[in-house]
Design a protein around this ligand. Structure first.
Ligand SMILES: Nc1ncnc2c1ncn2[C@@H]1O[C@H](COP(=O)(O)OP(=O)(O)OP(=O)(O)O)[C@@H](O)[C@H]1O
Ligand SMILES: [Mg+2]
Length: 232
């Protein structure tokens, strides 16, 4: 589903990604752990073309976002990026928009989906997320866990092939962390491929098919944990 090869990225003289190689198989949940400053968020942002890399390749399905240091055309980048959903650590909801508006914003603006259809789809997503009653609430009226679910809903509204999460549980208490773990598992049942960054090993073990570690700009331990082999 996602192939990253030999990816390099620096901020000025600070080399942050130093030859990252990473592969996510269709339907797989890959969790990346590792020390602060290791480049995890930068990697996630690079996959979403929020950061530009100097060299390497990023391929989603059969479509190269970046091939041997060369980016796809603007049009192709846009098309490829639509297949990737990103949920930020701090949720990044639009504070002046209601829950339903937060979710329908991208489908109507980016995909040109009619408002009625986007609203119906958003209501279905809210149902799936257990937030049917919150469609007309504003972000400030929601708990942290609810905001997190709306942020996930917003990413799902673009019907992505790959979902990326940066520290999805860092703002949540343990009970809400379990809710997010269950939500991620139910996305897996639907066939979603996922890349999850976390510091929380308990959470990682609950959701991961595979856990890899990232340190100093490289994937350092490709097979730290493999759920299929351990059966746990
Ligand atoms: N926009 C930026 N400009 C300059 N340097 C940056 C920028 N973003 C990240 N960095 C640097 O890149 C390095 C990796 O940061 P990154 O946020 O990717 O780490 P991380 O693994 O996500 O850490 P954490 O676990 O604390 O979230 C750090 O040294 C950081 O200072
Ligand atoms: Mg980070």
């Amino acid at each position: 589903m996602l192939h990253i090869e030999n990816l390099y990225k620096s901020f000025g003289s600070n080399a942050v990604l130093k030859g990252v190689n990473l592969h996510i198989y269709p339907g797989e949940i890959l969790v990346v752990v590792g020390p602060s400053g290791g480049g995890k968020t930068t990697l996630l942002r690079s996959i979403n073309y929020l950061e530009k890399c100097e060299s390497g390749s990023i391929c989603l399905g059969n479509n190269y976002l970046l091939k041997d240091g060369r980016y796809a055309s603007k049009q192709d980048l846009k098309a490829i990026r639509r297949n990737i959903g990103l949920v930020f650590q701090n949720f990044n909801l639009f504070p002046h928009l209601s829950v339903i508006e937060n979710i329908t914003e991208a489908p109507t603006r980016v995909l040109g989906i009619a408002k009625e259809k986007a609203t119906q789809d958003a209501l279905n997503i809210l149902g799936f997320l257990g937030l049917s009653g919150k469609a007309n609430s504003y972000p400030y009226e929601l708990s942290g866990g609810q905001k997190q679910r709306v942020a996930i809903g917003r990413a799902l509204a673009l019907n992505p092939k790959l979902m990326c999460f940066d520290e999805p549980t860092s703002a949540l208490d343990p009970a809400l962390t379990d809710d997010v773990a269950n939500l991620i598992k139910s996305l897996k049942v639907k066939g979603m491929s996922m890349l999850i960054i976390t510091h929380d090993m308990e959470f990682a073990k609950k959701v991961a098919d595979r856990i890899v570690s990232m340190d100093q700009g490289q994937i350092t331990n490709e097979h730290m944990y493999d759920n299929e082999k351990t059966g746990s």
